[in-house]
Design a protein around this ligand. Structure first.
Ligand code: SAM
Length: 483
């Protein structure tokens, strides 16, 4: 980070602007709005600068710049049209350790003015560190349309009630929870409609009624890894939680988005790594919620598809703990989309089956006869280790050896890798390419469409159709091609 964003209180603090022209006017207005004690040094002053003095107190110093003009200043702005003078101001300020901004000369700025979205007292500052001001301006315009005007008055109301709420709830977590419930209540719509008094009355009654905070579990599906595939609700609950219980399948990019000060508890779940037994995780969720915490149980993909989310909420229901379930994009949907493989297609697959290669120890065998039927897609979760068995059983029950297969490793993530092959070569390709978890197998004719469609995506792919190349309409130079 080149510039640390901080908000400074400039009220009555000495600020100096060198320059008396139009550029100085713009800066002076911003500085005066913040209540600073402004001195402007220039041999002569623009009319609009002198008329600013009707609204605000300004100390005009009619002189050419001297380093002594900066004595005692906290901030200095060089706003002259003379590069030489601006450079002298910069050097003098640097020598005295005073923050300095030379207008439109980013290398000579130890502070910069960000683009601002102003919903007083809420202020959002955007900076590109001087590299892409147009982009920063576009972002500001976007935020202006996204952030409602009533956010300002709402924040003012919060400020008014802060002490009362602090007196009512001694613990920070309880206060936070109270405010969360306020922001989900009719207080917001009252403010939105301009009914300040109603909002205050409502807030007062919420404050007198509120009991000890009630805990809750949010069972959230985080999708296969790309954070942009999170649902709005998932993001909202991740930001609200006091505790986040997660496992390794949740990508780092997604974990970056959870509330900064939430407690993080990892319960593992990765091949070959220690993980907390499922029963312990179930019990942990219930215990945390019963202690009044908002618990976000975040899972890769969808919590109810090979996620053991069912077991977790069963235990919560048994223990009378409130919960919400937020579906996520399951790996089959995410990986197939990012690999350019439609799971169904009128010409190739009229059905799709999701199966797991990793059954319970005492579990039954999969229904191979049904899985081996043609004109359908089989998406295999956790199928890498058992791929020799999967391959052998499907062929034994009649699926053609030439059936196209795609192996999608780290689907939807920056390091996604797609290997295409045939059923006959599935296990050997997995070994040859050292495929790591998480990886999904997509078995069926639709896998051949990867070559045609992935060119428009951003996937890294490896193709190794052996004989069936001509059958699926590919040219030989695509063999083993890595992109
Ligand atoms: C325990 S299951 C969880 C599935 C998850 N609940 C879902 O709906 O996607 C883990 C398996 O899902 C698949 N998987 C999950 N995320 C993946 C990803 N980003 N890329 C490829 N496969 C993934 C892999 O087969 C992995 O072994």
């Amino acid at each position: 980070m080149q510039y640390l964003p901080i908000f400074t209180k400039l009220e009555n603090k000495p600020v100096v602007i060198i320059g008396g022209g139009e550029v100085a006017v713009r800066k002076a207005r911003a500085i005066l709005k913040a209540g600073a004690a402004l001195t402007i040094v220039a041999p002569e002053f623009d009319k609009s600068l002198t008329s600013l003095a009707d609204e605000y107190p300004i100390n005009f110093v009619p002189a050419f710049f001297e380093p002594d003009h900066l004595t005692g200043a906290m901030l200095v702005i060089a706003a002259t049209d003379n590069d030489q003078v601006n450079a002298e101001v910069f050097a003098a300020a640097e020598a005295k350790n005073i923050f300095v901004n030379v207008v439109d000369d980013q290398p000579k700025c130890s502070f910069i003015f960000p683009s601002i979205v102003d919903r007083n007292p809420i202020t959002i500052a955007i900076s590109s560190a001087g590299t892409a001001p147009v982009l920063a301006r576009r972002l500001r315009e976007k935020l202006e349309t996204l952030i409602p005007q009533h956010i300002g008055p709402l924040a003012q109301l919060v400020g008014q009630f802060r002490d009362k709420v602090k007196a009512r709830f001694t613990h920070f977590a309880d206060r936070r929870q109270f405010w969360e419930s306020v922001f989900d209540s009719a207080v917001v719509s009252e403010i939105q409609s301009g009914n300040q008094t109603n909002a205050e009355t409502l807030l007062d009654s919420m404050l007198s009624q509120s009991n000890e905070p009630e805990g809750e579990v949010y069972l959230v599906g985080a999708g296969p890894g790309d954070p942009e595939l999170l649902t709005l609700k998932a993001l909202q609950l991740m930001q609200q939680a006091d505790v986040v219980v997660y496992d390794y399948l949740v990508s780092d990019d997604i974990m970056e988005l959870v509330r900064r000060d939430a407690e993080l508890i990892c319960v593992g779940k990765r091949m070959g790594h220690h993980s907390v037994p499922q029963e312990e995780t179930n019990a942990l969720l219930a215990t945390l919620a019963k202690s009044g915490k908002k618990v976000c149980r975040i899972k890769g993909g969808d919590p109810f598809i090979y996620g053991r989310g069912g077991e977790e909420v069963q235990e919560l229901a048994r223990q009378n703990v409130r919960f919400q379930i937020v579906p996520g994009i399951t790996a089959a949907a995410g990986c197939s989309a990012y690999a350019g493989i439609p799971l169904t297609h009128r010409d190739h697959a009229q059905a799709i089956q999701f199966v797991t290669g990793h059954c319970k120890k005492d579990g039954q065998e999969l229904d191979w006869e049904s899985l081996a039927k043609p004109n359908q897609t089989v998406a295999v979760y956790m199928g890498v280790v058992k791929s020799p068995h999967i391959q052998a059983q499907l062929i034994k029950y009649g699926r053609a050896e030439s059936t196209p297969v795609a192996i999608v490793e780290n689907g939807t993530r920056k390091n996604q890798r797609v290997v295409t092959t045939t059923l006959a070569n599935l296990a050997s390709e997995i070994e040859q390419h050292a495929i790591q978890s998480p990886a999904l197998l997509i078995i069926g004719e639709v896998a051949s469409l990867h070559q045609e469609l992935a060119w428009f995506g951003k996937t890294q792919q490896t193709s190794s159709f052996a004989q069936p190349l001509t059958q699926v309409g590919l040219t030989a130079d695509l063999q083993h091609k890595e992109i």
